[in-house]
Write a protein that binds this ligand. Structure first.
Ligand code: CS2
Ligand code: MN
Length: 346
């Protein structure tokens, strides 16, 4: 496996100089953040980002994310143009040496939480989701706005986008996803790029919007749409792991080579449908990280992996979920387990 670390570009408080000092981290996972969703990322812009990263001795082979325009998810006639742009992005990224593109197909909202700074018992804080709070929330009032969300529809546009989803069932969303895949996967194949869909976070419908990338059955349905080395998964332990029926080691053994990108995050499920994010260490949460990595070892995982969200510790402030310290601890923990598993095996 290749250890990577997510970096949000020059505006990120965490710098490339910080990241290169984490032992074992080889590559950066990043994206172009100042081009509106649906438009083309120019070769120059990608090259500029790539050079910045490579000048620090790190690789840039994974993009997270190339966002999918809402019109594609909605299946509107205008999707034709947005899909053409998406294909161009795959071509441009492929030409610049990108091997894996992570994306998701969640309507309107990316990862959703009820609290960004939930106090854990050790005084650190982390993202949390209380279903009793989220179920009562009305996204239209704008009381919730999370850093992972694309808000290019503007304050008044949100209601409009949500209205467009009124008649979209989960089956419609599957159809629109299939249409999208049939268009883009052949291009990814030509470019030698692996597309890796990120599961829905949390993996259940929110605010009345359908969510379909949620469990083993649906991941299998997704992979069956097109059987191609370019059609694969980002397996995010924290996103899928908040649903107690999702058995992560089993999923890893089942999907094996279709997993191009692994996200490792631990969560504490204190009630079905409610959770807090926690430190990566197995004993801090509901997931057994050693079992998860063991499953990756068994399937001969050679893809990219990264610590996903971390807590805020040691007084650090910054982008929720994406501080330096706790993610660095997570990376070291994972590398320690991996080294041990390999030694024991040989
Ligand atoms: C999140 C997401 O769990 C995660 O990795 O931080 O924002 C994720 O990057 C996107 O859903 C991927 O498209
Ligand atoms: Mn993730």
């Amino acid at each position: 496996m290749k250890m990577t670390f997510r970096w949000y570009g020059d505006d990120d408080k965490v710098t490339l100089d910080n990241i290169r000092q984490i032992p074992g981290v080889e590559g950066i996972v990043s994206a172009i953040y100042d081009i509106p969703v649906g438009e083309v990322w120019s070769l120059e812009k990608i090259k500029e980002l790539k050079d910045k990263i490579e000048n620090k001795g790190l690789t840039f082979e994974v993009v997270e994310s190339v966002p999918v325009h809402e019109d594609i998810k909605l299946g509107l006639p205008s999707r034709v143009e947005y899909i053409e742009n998406y294909k161009q992005n795959i071509r441009n990224l492929g030409k610049m040496g990108i091997k894996v593109i992570c994306y998701n197909f969640m309507p309107v909202f990316d990862w959703t939480r009820s609290v960004l700074e939930y106090q854990l018992s050790d005084g650190s804080n982390a993202l949390a989701y209380d279903k009793n709070i989220v179920d009562k929330m009305d996204p239209k009032t704008g009381e919730l706005s999370l850093p992972g969300w694309d808000t290019s529809y503007g304050k008044n546009g949100l209601g409009e986008v949500l209205d467009k989803y009124k008649d979209i069932s989960s089956e419609n969303l599957w159809e629109n996803l299939s249409y999208f895949l049939r268009e883009i996967i052949p291009v990814a194949e030509e470019e030698g790029v692996k597309m890796a869909i990120h599961p829905d976070d949390p993996p259940w419908p929110i605010f009345g919007l359908p969510r379909i990338i949620t469990n083993a059955e649906n991941l299998e349905r997704f992979l069956n749409i097109i059987d191609s080395p370019s059609n694969g998964l980002t397996l995010c332990s924290g996103s899928l792991g908040v649903s107690c029926s999702n058995d992560l080691p089993k999923m890893i053994r089942k999907f094996g080579k279709k997993i191009h990108f692994a996200h490792i995050r631990n969560v504490n499920n204190y009630e079905e449908g409610s959770f807090t994010e926690v430190a990566h260490l197995s004993k801090c949460g509901s997931l057994d990280i050693v079992e998860i990595l063991k499953a990756y070892q068994e399937v001969g995982f050679e893809g990219y992996i990264r610590p996903d969200h971390g807590r805020m510790i040691w007084g650090e402030t910054g982008r929720p979920g994406y501080g330096l310290y706790d993610r660095a601890l997570g990376a070291m923990y994972m590398l320690g387990i991996w080294e041990t598993l390999n030694k024991v095996k040989n």
